[in-house]
Design a protein around this ligand. Structure first.
Ligand code: MG
Length: 397
């Protein structure tokens, strides 16, 4: 039964929490070691929760900084007194009102956390899971892919850790997995610096261990700077049947992305860092990427992620969302996937398999992973429960 609240509802407060794991390792490539969690309060007593994948200190400043002029307003102060259910109008208000400080980058990531919390409130107020309000389901089950990160200090350890992870993912029921294979470049693992042929050895070993009947994705994390250099390695991966290769090139070189799209024997994906639909239009039109990977928080929340999905559909591109934070983002991504027909997979790792204690302990994401798929979330809103004791334990600001 639908619960009817007052015709009006007002935002009364926005709370920001900066969280950090106790065993922080700055050498690690994982951004799941910190978090900003926002709570948006209303006069109805309904509280919405959101988060985003950017420096929590920067995001908090973006939200709490006071405004000084008409297009340099503060995100938090712009929300006071507004009805949280007016998600589209509020998105435009926040975007336009902060334009001189924002438009792209960290401010949009911060806006995304707030938008996520507004959708949580909207769902809770209606007594419905968010996907019902985002457009309704287009599938009965959603399919996560296992996102696997290597460990080890030598190439052999690195390769063997990925082979072991992939086997574990398959055993856990996953039908698809992504492995990071980054042996050089700015995102390389633990100081490794190996020639590109060694990447092929790693991919070959993982494919051999999981067999042919398994979807394999490779993330090379901005390793190359031009299409020819990327192609020299990627052409050898045709036999490994790679579902897509993620961020092969420097992200600002869209001309080279378009050239690689024409040369590579597999689909090209990017989008984990992009903020707003406008950056995705550039990625898809100038960069010709085949698979768009919006991160719900970073891109500007569920409101903006939906627009990106619509733009991808118009262009015949697939959506495979990025998600590397706590169960709050996981839930938001699950709702997005449920309403997006051209989203075959989304990034996921069950909490018990995650390195980050924040990811394991902060949130009950309310999702049930079984036989490689998940049922749609059933609880109102995002459907997540934040553990208040864990919130206190990880809080540093
Ligand atoms: Mg990536």
């Amino acid at each position: 039964m639908e619960i009817l609240y007052n015709v009006t509802m007002k935002i009364t407060d926005v709370e920001c929490h900066i969280l950090l794991v106790h065993d922080l390792n700055k050498e690690a490539t994982s951004s799941a070691q910190d978090d900003i969690v926002v709570f948006v309060h209303t006069d109805e007593g309904i509280v919405g929760v959101g988060e985003t994948d950017v420096s929590p200190w920067v995001a908090k400043a973006c939200i709490e900084a006071p405004g000084t002029h008409t297009m340099g307003l503060g995100l938090k102060e712009m929300l006071f007194g507004e009805d949280p259910r007016d998600t589209e109008r509020l998105w435009e208000k926040l975007y336009t009102g902060s334009a001189m400080n924002g438009r792209r980058g960290a401010l949009i990531c911060a806006l995304g956390a707030l938008d996520m919390a507004l959708w949580d409130i909207k769902g809770k107020a209606a007594g419905k899971p968010c996907w019902q309000l985002l457009g309704g389901k287009v599938k009965d089950r959603i399919v996560p892919y296992a996102s696997l990160q290597p460990s080890g200090k030598s190439l052999a350890e690195y390769r063997d850790s990925l082979v072991a992870w992939a086997a574990r993912a398959k055993e856990a029921g996953f039908r698809a997995a992504k492995v990071e294979v980054t042996l050089s470049g700015p995102y390389r693992h633990c100081g490794l610096n190996e020639p590109d042929e060694k990447m092929t050895e790693v991919v070959a070993a993982v494919r051999k261990s999981v067999g042919r009947d398994f979807v394999l994705i490779v993330d090379v994390q901005y390793t190359w700077s031009d299409a020819e250099t990327a192609y020299r390695t990627l052409r050898d991966w045709k036999e490994f049947d790679i579902y897509f290769v993620e961020t092969p090139l420097d992200i600002d070189n869209l001309r080279e992305y378009a050239r690689l799209h024409r040369m590579a024997p597999m689909a090209i994906a990017a989008g984990e860092w992009q903020t707003t639909r406008f950056e995705f239009i550039d990625l898809m039109d100038a960069g010709q990427i085949d698979v768009a990977q919006p991160d719900v928080g970073r891109v500007g929340g569920l409101t903006e992620a939906l627009r990106v999905c619509a733009l991808a559909a118009e262009r015949g591109r697939r959506i495979v969302p990025h998600c590397w934070k706590t169960g709050i983002s996981v839930a938001a991504t699950a709702h997005l996937s449920a309403v997006t027909p051209h989203c075959p997979y989304f990034e996921y790792l069950p909490p018990r398999l995650c390195d980050s204690s924040l990811r394991r302990e902060l949130v009950d994401e309310g999702l049930e992973f079984k036989d490689g798929t998940m049922a749609l979330p059933r609880k109102p809103g995002l459907g997540v429960e934040v553990n208040p004791e864990a919130l206190r334990r990880f809080k540093v600001g």
